[in-house]
Write a protein that binds this ligand. Structure first.
Ligand code: DX5
Ligand code: ZN
Length: 218
């Protein structure tokens, strides 16, 4: 049984201090830092680009996981790879038509590649891109905001994705879960097959971030 990876999202932190917030989370026991990149088109909110990612990557020594909630991911992946992000994940619901090719391009750039699925998106697509994948991110909220209610029916999708990956001989691919993750659902998520828990407000709104991270380890 592999160790569950805890990936705090810094979305709820002051955007003027993201690098120092990330450094603090590393000290508090985070395994990865999750960066929510929003373009104001794919989702209504605009967050930050590769310059901020570079500042975070150069401040922490743990992997940085860029979650691109953007309409045109192909135009951004090189700058996030150059910024030092180890994982780059994009959405198939974006305007990108050549999903398999873009996953391969992320790997050519020396990063791990990920595909993020909105709640209403069928997991079937995973079967056909399994050879180019390192991570599947299952959204358990609709993307765009932190602090939303966790959608519990997505646990069934985690099990389905785990089965698809096993059938494809890719049990090494990480399954990440993002949205409303806290200590009340962490064990069930891991039991369903998640290996990475992304958690934003539960960790960053806590007065004891190290304790919140520890409480997610199951
Ligand atoms: C939502 C983002 C999430 C979010 C998680 O669009 O992808 O990473 O920040 O925040 P919580 O844990 O508060 O749902
Ligand atoms: Zn995210």
């Amino acid at each position: 049984m592999r160790r569950t990876i805890i990936a705090p999202s810094v979305l709820g932190c002051s955007h003027g201090e993201l690098a120092s917030a990330a450094a603090g989370l590393e000290k508090d026991g985070a395994d990865w830092i999750h960066l929510d990149v929003m373009d104001g088109v794919f989702v209504p909110v605009l967050t930050f680009g590769a310059g901020v990612a570079r500042a975070v990557c150069s401040t922490v020594s743990i992997p940085v996981d860029a979650h691109l909630m953007v309409e045109h991911p192909a135009g951004l992946i090189e700058s996030f790879a150059e910024a030092g992000c180890r994982y780059i994940t994009f959405h198939p619901e974006s305007s990108e038509k050549h999903i398999h090719r873009l996953l391969g391009r992320i790997k050519e750039l020396g990063c791990y590649s990920g595909l993020a699925l909105n709640p209403a998106t069928s997991p079937e697509i995973i079967r056909w891109v399994a050879d180019q994948l390192d991570l599947v991110l299952i959204m358990t909220v609709n993307p765009g905001y932190g602090g939303q209610k966790h959608i519990g029916v997505m646990h069934e999708k985690i099990r389905t994705v785990r089965d698809i990956l096993d059938e494809a001989g890719r049990d090494d691919v990480a399954i990440s879960v993002d949205g409303g993750v806290d200590s009340s659902n962490a064990a069930e998520l891991v039991q369903a097959g998640a290996s990475v828990l992304v958690s934003g407000s539960y960790i960053t709104s806590s007065s004891d971030r190290a304790g919140a991270i520890a409480a997610l380890r199951v």
